[in-house]
Ligand binder design. Structure first.
Ligand code: KIV
Ligand code: NA
Length: 263
């Protein structure tokens, strides 16, 4: 299998073929995720919760992200490696360039940042200098204290309009991918159809171009799981089977279902 690039993902969107992103934080799981056929691996700052035991992603620092990105990259997965920029590492464009450099040199092939319009200049400058960007809108967990909890975003017409406007603007700024987290399915479908860049949903319904889940959630290992999570270990004989079942379910349209969706 050839290594996945952004061209692969653009072609899949154009063909209407769903693709898959799974988080991984180390070499073994990066290999398994790649072997299961997931097109992209996210070295997510969710590692703050699932590896480090924090309640939020806010304590995660750049050193930890670079360390886990390097661990994942050593597996030489076929999947495109996307690494999260941690809390406050991209609050200015200069910070974003420095943090992005560190993650790319650790082995990332794209970096992800949470936010909309305010990130336009940083996105543009990163991309111009050779760092592809995945944006992240909707429930952006680094802003949990601004939201007052992990709650669905974009439920009012005003909020929905602002998320759509942010999505268009980050695409115009040069973002290559967009993650939409915990938004109503109709809004995610609308954004996915309006944007040229692939949109990856989590708790965003079946209308996006791709799906992402946190590894520990889809393996049924997390103590609290939101309603959009399916435990793929429930009917699998091995971790490998569960990862393959998730990939297959996304591609066939068997995941996500109505029960995993906000309206
Ligand atoms: O950190 C992470 O795992 C993420 C996904 C939930 C999209 O950002
Ligand atoms: Na994240």
């Amino acid at each position: 299998m050839k290594r996945v690039t952004i061209s692969t993902l653009d072609a899949m969107k154009a063909a209407g073929d769903k693709f898959v992103m799974i988080t991984a934080y180390d070499a073994t799981f990066a290999r398994l995720v790649s072997e299961a056929g997931a097109e992209t691996i996210l070295v997510g700052d969710s590692l703050g919760m699932v590896l480090q035991g924090h309640d939020t992603t806010i304590p995660v620092d750049l050193e930890a992200m670079a360390y886990h990105t390097a661990c994942v990259a050593r597996a030489r997965p076929h999947s495109l490696i996307v690494a999260d920029m941690p809390f406050m590492s991209y609050s200015s464009t200069d910070d974003a360039l420095a943090a992005g450099t560190q993650l790319m040199q650790a082995g990332a092939q794209m970096i992800k940042m949470e936010g909309g319009t305010w990130l336009s200049d940083s996105i543009n400058q990163l991309v111009e200098r050779g760092i592809p960007v995945c944006a992240h809108l909707g429930l952006t967990p680094q802003s949990v204290n601004v939201f007052g909890g992990y709650r669905v975003q974009g439920k009012t017409p005003k909020e929905a309009k602002s998320i759509l406007a942010d999505a268009v603007e980050i695409q115009d700024a040069g973002a290559s991918l967009l993650v939409l987290e915990c938004v109503p399915a109709h809004l995610a479908a609308d954004i996915s159809s309006k944007l040229d860049i692939p949109v990856i949903g989590i708790g965003a319904g079946a209308g996006t171009d791709a799906q992402v889940l946190v590894l520990h959630d889809l393996l049924g290992l997390s103590d609290v799981t939101p309603k959009f999570v399916q435990n793929f270990m429930a009917e699998a004989d091995s971790v490998q089977d569960a990862l393959k079942a998730f990939v297959a379910a996304v591609k066939s349209g068997d995941y996500p279902l109505e029960q995993h969706t906000y309206t």
